[in-house]
Ligand binder design. Structure first.
Ligand code: NAP
Length: 329
């Protein structure tokens, strides 16, 4: 089994698969092992950590637990997948190709960013992409949410539980959000809409102190003083490696059958944010990773005969020619 990804879904799949004796190989990105939680500070809603835990620390624990049972972690980028037939091939950036009988695809989703230079620096310091994760830190504060879709309305409405005032900054004068979500936000006395405005700068050296807005109708600039900024302008599942190889939904996530993790291709399973356009929580991703490992295990035990070479472990070859030579039974 090869697991692609390194967030809560991928590592949970690895924990389950390795405890089942499948000796999975987990290919984490060469840029960052641990997924979106590596960009979070305190995680207070992951069960089992009543005092909270830092996002990166939580992911270190996920990895340690997976490795304890025999998961091998390779810090490399997957650049190509051959998913047809009983033997799947996973090609890495350095040229290595891993053969396996099953793939769990758990590459997550990326929050859309504003594209501003200061976004990276202030992330986790008043700038957030997740109200559920970070809203609690803004009790009695003045904050803004950028976006005009359901996510922005949901985040803004949720944040009024904590914040004193929530501005919704939207680049047009009509919302994309569903009627019911819009109405809920309009009816909330703590929410103020800032129309026809785009954020051109996030202010603050070590923490967010405000934003500079550009009026999209007049082109004029103005500053808005804030304690925090939430960006909710959508997110994109990371599916580029499987485009044209597995079926996607109309929302762009990988299509899975019912509540399972089974994709349109036999032996290929998907879990976490890459299949989930709505919940996108560490705990839901972890649960989905467990489902994928169990589904993969069922798939493997149903195979009539071994599909790999003589070795019990996935074979590793180093060039395309070698792949052609690798025999399968
Ligand atoms: P979305 O519907 O694509 O909306 C993104 C919003 O962000 C749009 O208003 C867009 O403006 C704005 N935007 C995009 N890029 C921007 C940029 N660079 N700068 C400023 N603004 C930008 O995304 P979403 O709200 O995340 O929703 C995604 C899907 O999940 C939708 O199908 C939604 O219905 C669903 N969802 C459902 C719920 C729920 O039912 N509880 C909750 C959340 C999400 P424009 O309008 O001008 O394009």
């Amino acid at each position: 089994m090869v697991i692609v990804g390194s967030g809560p879904a991928a590592f949970t799949a690895a924990i389950y698969a390795s405890r089942a004796g499948l000796q999975p190989l987990l290919v984490a990105s060469s840029v960052e092992v641990g997924g979106e939680l590596m960009n979070t500070t305190e995680v207070e809603n992951f069960p089992g950590f009543p005092e909270g835990i830092l996002g990166p620390e939580l992911m270190t624990k996920f990895q340690a637990q997976a490795e304890r049972f025999g998961t091998e972690v390779e810090v490399e980028d997957v650049v190509d997948l051959d998913l047809e037939g009983p033997v799947k091939r996973v090609r890495l950036g350095a040229g290595t190709v891993h053969e396996c009988a099953t793939v769990v695809f758990a590459t997550g989703s990326a929050y859309r960013k504003l594209g501003l230079e200061e976004e990276e620096r202030l992330s986790g310091h008043g700038l957030s992409w997740c109200a559920t994760c970070d809203g609690f830190f803004f009790r009695g504060k003045t904050i803004a949410v950028v976006g005009g879709g359901d996510s922005a309305m949901e985040e803004a409405t949720f944040l009024t539980r904590f914040a004193e005032r929530v501005y919704v900054v939207h680049r047009r004068d009509t919302l994309r959000a569903s009627h019911i979500m819009q109405q809920r936000a309009f009816d909330d006395p703590k929410i103020t809409f800032v129309w026809n405005s785009e954020v051109t700068a996030v202010l603050g050296e070590t923490a967010v102190t405000g934003v500079t807005l550009r009026d999209t109708a007049t082109g004029e600039h103005s500053d808005l003083t804030l304690d925090g900024l939430f960006v909710a302008i959508g997110h994109d599942p990371r599916t580029h490696l499987v485009h044209g190889k597995v079926d996607l939904t109309s929302e762009g996530t990988i299509a899975v059958q019912g509540r399972s993790s089974r994709t349109s291709v036999d032996g290929v399973f998907a879990a976490g944010d890459v299949v989930d356009p709505h919940y996108r929580q560490a705990i839901t991703a972890a649960g989905s990773g467990a489902v994928a490992a169990l589904d993969a295990e069922t798939y493997l035990s149903a195979l009539a005969s071994p599909v790999l070479t003589d070795e019990a472990e996935p074979s590793t070859v180093t060039s395309e020619d070698d792949v052609a030579l690798a025999s399968t039974t």
